[in-house]
Design a protein around this ligand. Structure first.
Ligand code: ADP
Ligand code: MG
Length: 665
């Protein structure tokens, strides 16, 4: 493994200082401008110190892969040998791997079978300023672990935000943690404010901003997501303003690599937030910033996950502008006005304060880490969010009250914590095993955990709908998914790779996501096998009722009862929602449904639905039902005392006017 350091990188000037600090301290914080070389050079510095088992975490999969490829290239080794990566469902590392790029989420799941992280001698937590829930949890965990692993070294890196707090978390009065700031050379960036005429004219705004800029350097445009990137690319392709280069998580590796290839022609790079600090795109002289990002937020009231597009913070806006001042003077055009900028929050709040905590609480319970409220987090989670997380885990039967009334991890909960899945999905998988429909539910869960493979381009919606209608199953979007899966398996067997790819395109199926679906499914099959379960083959005629009963175990608070008057569904705890227009159930809405997901956009929408039988709900929700008995009376017919039973699930009447016998004493 070749360990050479490029003198042109700002970090190289501090190389020896960092190396000595890491030799003399257990924890070192390295802060610095994006592009200064932290991500690519720090693992090499650790390797130089003789460290041989280095975990290097990234917030996103796309960054884990591309950073691993880059370091392998710099060290002149094959990817997967001394330098490798592992992300959820994809492991390219081996016994010789010295530097292992992982997502922070993956490192968290490794804790399950390696409590002391013995597999590593060094852990680099990169991009700590992102303050994702996984990062915060890892930092808190490492803080408790370090005294018990004196030989373990930790490097925390961050953009120049909040640096002292990271050091303070690990510092003791005797051993303060050193902070090394790497200052990159930066050039002045001129910020221009060009507010949009209308708020929904983002693409027009981008086009006129690009026209305003000189043609002598590459342009980086920030967009909220893949869909916006593809829409914008389509408009730009026709305008001969430059080569359009997209950058988002789901691109194939070689497509991602394109952002690193500069050429004589001007490039317009359309990127998600990943280009804000994670990936440094070379050659950028100009930035166009609409000021938006998709930020995951959890709504406490309705207990649904939201992914709204939000205005970014001032700190993010400054980071984005900084992307064009690395090689020469730059210009950043913001598609909003200065007043708008001033009114924005200084920083994005940490994810722990805005997300669903169920998954972390489950992990913590399985690691015996005690009450989440007492854990050494950088910022404590909101108490309502903790309560919601606990409620969901009780609903899923992962937690149950112990003898003393406090929550205890159930056997089911322990197994769930070992599945790399959202707790709801994990619950479905375990129910499926018991109901004999494991392979089918794995396919469905894999399909639900990625973005929909069915595409619906704005200008060809009808054609797309016609194609997709072939898979539609009455009363169940989940079975439609399974039908589509069958179809894809058949065609893949029949067709050559190229023909299959073309078929996907012609039939409005997103090829890369189709591939991802298959990858996720086979990884899930591997994981459940490790847990001792036996996923057989997906059946041609699966037991539809059993599948739905299995799914229901994960969706008890997503059950809805149709209100004939308003045509909305009444959900748990007084929520009201509508069927998403793209759902197969939208035309003929059944009385009872369960929703795979409740998404709040303009309204609360239920995505991926199926009809359910209230009798199944009664059976699956035994631990959650509230029963009332009224009108006790004598029944001559039954020769017993009877009463009228009414049972509710989170306020929904699952049983009404049922005559039941009263217990005979
Ligand atoms: P930091 O982590 O401090 O933001 P990095 O280590 O990511 O900095 O980047 C250092 C330099 O390496 C940047 O100039 C970046 O453009 C370059 N670089 C990183 N990855 C690649 C790659 N895959 N191909 C070419 N250049 C890369
Ligand atoms: Mg970096």
């Amino acid at each position: 493994m070749k360990l050479e350091f490029d003198p042109a990188l700002p970090i190289t000037a501090r190389h020896h200082e960092i190396r000595d600090a890491l030799r003399d301290h257990q924890v070192v914080v390295v802060a610095g401008e994006t592009g200064s070389g932290k991500t690519t050079q720090l693992p090499k510095i650790a390797a130089e110190l003789g460290r041989t088992k280095i975990a290097h975490t990234q917030p996103r999969r796309i960054a884990a892969r591309s950073v691993a490829a880059r370091i392998a290239q710099e060290c002149d080794v094959e990817l997967g040998a001394e330098v490798g990566y592992a992300v959820r469902f994809d492991d390219k590392s081996g016994p010789d791997t010295v530097v292992r790029l992982v997502t922070d989420g993956l490192l968290l799941t490794e804790l399950q079978h390696d409590r002391r992280l013995e597999r590593y001698d060094t852990i680099i937590i990169d991009e700590a300023h992102e303050r994702s829930l996984s990062i915060d949890f890892l930092l808190g965990y490492l803080r408790e672990l370090l005294p018990r692993r004196p030989e373990l070294k930790v490097v925390v890196t961050s953009a120049t935000i909040d640096v002292e707090r990271f050091a303070a978390l690990f510092s003791t009065p005797e051993r303060p943690v050193p902070i090394i700031e790497v200052s990159g050379r930066t050039y002045p960036v001129e910020v221009r404010y060009r507010p949009l005429d209308r708020e929904d004219d983002v693409i027009d705004g981008i086009v006129s901003a690009i026209r305003e800029l000189p043609r002598d350097g590459d342009v980086l445009v920030f967009l909220p997501g893949e869909r916006d990137i593809r829409d914008t690319a389509e408009v730009l392709e026709g305008q001969s303003l430059g080569d359009v280069v997209p950058l988002y998580g789901r691109l194939a590796a070689h497509e991602q690599q394109r952002v690193f290839q500069t050429g004589p022609r001007r490039r317009i790079v359309l990127a998600t937030n990943v280009a804000e600090t994670s990936i440094t795109v070379p050659g950028i002289r100009y930035v166009v910033d609409p000021g938006l990002a998709r930020i995951s937020r959890f709504s406490t009231r309705l207990k649904v996950q939201r992914l709204p597009i939000e205005r970014i913070s001032q700190a993010s806006a400054a980071q984005r502008a900084g992307r064009c001042g690395r090689v020469a003077d730059g210009i950043c055009i913001r598609l909003y006005d200065e007043e708008d900028f001033e009114s924005r929050p200084e920083f994005t709040d940490p994810e722990i304060q805005r997300t669903n905590l169920a998954s972390v609480i489950l992990q913590m319970a399985s690691l015996d880490l005690g009450d989440i409220r007492d854990f050494g987090f950088l910022d404590a989670p909101d108490h309502r969010a903790v309560a919601d997380g606990l409620t969901l885990l009780r609903e899923l039967d992962a937690l149950a009250p112990g003898r003393d009334g406090s929550d205890r991890l159930t056997k089911l909960g322990r197994t769930m914590s070992r599945l790399p899945l959202d707790p709801r999905h994990a619950r479905m998988v375990l129910a499926a095993d018991r109901l004999g429909v494991l392979p089918e539910v794995l396919v469905i869960v894999a399909g639900l955990s990625i973005q929909d493979v069915r595409e619906r381009p704005l200008d060809k919606q009808q054609a797309a709908d016609t194609q997709h209608a072939r898979f539609r199953q009455p009363d169940s979007d989940f079975l439609s998914l399974l039908k589509l899966w069958d179809y894809l398996q058949e065609r893949r067997d029949e067709l050559s790779h190229t023909k299959f790819r073309r078929m996907c395109h012609d039939e409005f199926l997103h090829y890369l996501r189709v591939r991802e679906w298959a990858d996720v499914n086979s990884q899930l099959r591997r994981t459940v096998r490790e847990l001792g379960l036996k996923p057989g083959k997906v059946r041609k005629e699966p037991d539809a009722d059993a599948i739905h009963r299995a799914l229901l175990h994960g969706l008890l608070s997503h059950v809805g009862l149709r209100d004939a008057e308003t045509r909305e569904y009444l959900g748990a705890r007084g929520a009201r929602f509508s069927i998403f227009p793209g759902s197969g159930l939208a035309k003929k809405p059944p009385r009872w449904i369960m929703a795979g997901e409740l998404v709040e956009t303009s309204r609360l929408f239920a995505r991926d639905n199926a009809r359910v039988d209230p009798a199944w709900v009664e059976k699956a929700a035994g631990h959650l039902l509230k029963h009332q008995y009224s009108e006790p009376r004598w029944s001559a017919k039954r020769g017993a005392a009877v009463a009228t039973q009414r049972s509710t699930l989170y306020g929904l009447p699952v049983v009404v006017d049922r005559t039941v016998m009263l217990a005979q004493h």
